[in-house]
Design a protein around this ligand. Structure first.
Ligand SMILES: CC(=O)N[C@@H](CCC[C@H](N)C(=O)O)C(=O)O
Length: 384
């Protein structure tokens, strides 16, 4: 294979879009990535897959021609449990799963960059990490803890992108400092007593307790944190009951907390714990609340590397650069950036639908523009 054409890249993206898989189950995606990579010119490259701790990951290392450093480039490969409603001819073939966060675009851009540097051997070494489990289960952290980035696979610096529907297609967005929030998953189980709908006095209704909890936690953001700082609490899943005329004896809530600093996350965690205990006491029920931050640390961009990236983008006539505000999205790339210096940036995909929406339809012209800008940036980095 020589240089991938725009229409080949779009075909690859559409194929990936049709086979979305959830975190740690990305087997078809891995196999397809390997199939595409195997057709490239691998004269200076080595592929690594079937890692025991992370069987759906793929790594590719390109040996530089006169290496001064090893540059890492990471893309995520998992999808979300969302029922696609785009109506596209290449809609997801996997029921209830969709690339609703644009990781199909991320992977295609990574393949395009990989393909370019396999054709034009770079000066520095490059390590590409096709990472499972970004949406949950922290694939980046698992990889690091399992020693994936050791010896010649250790990047001296790491880059990664996320698509952004609010930016023009192909634009690069970035900022100095914190780009994304840290997140913590929270699960809450209320346990009371089920019973007949007609005899509430003999039951302990957990639909009512969970509803009170949901309402009360809304005041944490408005009343317990400094309004100048930012925090988010979202419960995206609420499950209770089986039928209209049986009082629910248990209720489960699954949510996520976001803050731009660890201090903010810890403040929200403490208040959620207090509110849950208070609800359990006033409704005379049990509550179990658990928190899991995993690798979703705030995404802190390295000052020197980010300054260089921004400088390049501003001076490159073919790159549209937009300085962005911090976002409350999370990313386990935050964990890798706590271990290696690096930068995360946005790639504009110009869409009216938001990330995680069932109608997300990124503008595919962003793929080629993104690949070209990132290739030029990496070449610039190798000489500056
Ligand atoms: C870019 C993006 O949307 N990332 C996810 C990361 C989720 C982290 C974790 N599972 C959580 O839900 O807190 C996001 O939802 O921001």
């Amino acid at each position: 294979m020589t240089q991938l054409t725009t229409s080949e890249l779009i075909q690859i993206r559409r194929h990936l879009h049709q086979i979305p898989e959830l975190a740690m189950h990305e087997t078809q995606t891995r196999d397809y990535l390997i199939e595409v990579i195997s057709q490239m010119n691998l004269d200076h490259a080595e592929i690594r897959d079937q890692l025991s701790a992370l069987p759906t990951a793929v790594l590719v290392r390109i040996e530089g021609r006169d290496p001064q450093r090893t540059i890492g480039y990471r893309t995520d490969i998992d999808a979300l449990p969302v029922d696609e409603q785009t109506g596209l001819p290449y809609t997801s073939r996997h029921p209830h799963i969709m690339h609703a966060c644009g990781h199909d675009i991320h992977m295609t851009v990574a393949l395009g960059i990989l393909n370019y540097f396999l054709e034009y051997q770079p000066r520095d070494n490059l390590v590409f990490f096709f990472q499972p489990a970004e949406e949950s289960k922290n694939g980046g952290k698992v990889a690091y803890e399992q020693g994936v980035f050791q010896d010649k696979w250790r990047p001296d610096e790491f880059y990664g992108l996320h698509d952004n529907p609010d930016l023009p297609a192909g634009a690069i967005g970035c900022r100095m400092g914190t780009l994304f929030a840290g997140t913590t998953e929270v699960n809450v189980d209320f346990i009371g007593q089920s019973g007949h709908a007609a005899f509430p006095q003999d039951a302990n209704d957990m639909v009512v307790a969970a509803s009170q909890f949901i309402n009360q936690v809304q005041t944490i953001i408005s009343r317990s944190i400094n309004p100048i700082e930012s925090g988010v609490i979202t419960f995206g899943l609420m499950q209770a009951g089986t039928i209209r005329n049986v009082i629910a004896g248990s209720a489960r809530l699954e949510g996520t907390i976001r803050g731009l600093t660890q201090v903010m996350i810890e403040r929200i965690v403490d208040r959620l714990q207090q509110v849950a205990t208070g609800i359990a006491s006033s409704y005379d029920c049990e509550v179990n609340i658990e928190f899991n931050q995993g690798g979703y640390l705030p995404v802190e961009n390295n000052p020197a590397l980010t300054e260089r990236l921004i400088k390049f983008c501003k001076q490159d006539s073919e790159t549209e650069f937009i300085e962005t505000a911090p976002a409350m999205t999370g990313e386990d790339f935050g964990y890798l950036l706590s271990k290696f210096p690096g930068t995360m940036f946005w790639l504009g995909v110009d869409d009216n639908s938001q990330l995680h929406s069932a109608t997300l339809t990124p503008d595919e012209s962003s793929i080629n523009k993104g690949i070209n800008s990132i290739n030029r940036f990496l070449e610039f980095r190798m000489t500056h």
